[in-house]
Design a protein around this ligand. Structure first.
Ligand SMILES: Cc1cc2nc3c(=O)[nH]c(=O)nc-3n(C[C@H](O)[C@H](O)[C@H](O)COP(=O)(O)OP(=O)(O)OC[C@H]3O[C@@H](n4cnc5c(N)ncnc54)[C@H](O)[C@@H]3O)c2cc1C
Length: 76
């Protein structure tokens, strides 16, 4: 099973599904970004150091262009 995107939704899906299935998380950025903090970073740039975190171990860093039966296809 592949979960595309390691944001709020993808991380939660990965967390809930992992005990039951072989789940692969894929994210284009390769890090978790706490997006609600972005507004604060606009007025307090030094806060940006605290708005990113590591994705779960084993996350594949890649941009998925399309999802096809049996696998995922990277951008051309
Ligand atoms: C400035 C700002 C402030 C906000 N404040 C609040 C708030 O106060 N309260 C609130 O509830 N919500 C807030 N939100 C909204 C909240 O951030 C989003 O609803 C939430 O991030 C959506 O989660 P998501 O997992 O669906 O998507 P995202 O968090 O956008 O995660 C998507 C992930 O998928 C990855 N991805 C995208 N395309 C691909 C691809 N093709 N291949 C591989 N990976 C891909 C991205 O790298 C990203 O990590 C705010 C948003 C912003 C921008």
């Amino acid at each position: 099973m592949v979960v595309v995107g390691g944001g709020f939704a993808g991380r939660r899906a990965h967390q809930l599904l992992s005990p039951h299935f072989d789940v692969q998380l894929v994210d284009a950025k390769g890090y978790y970004e706490y997006t609600p903090a972005n507004l604060r970073c606009m007025v307090q740039p030094e806060h940006s150091a605290f708005t990113v975190a590591e994705l779960p171990r084993g996350t594949v860093v890649d941009a998925v262009a399309d999802v096809v039966p049996g696998g995922t296809r990277p951008p051309a």
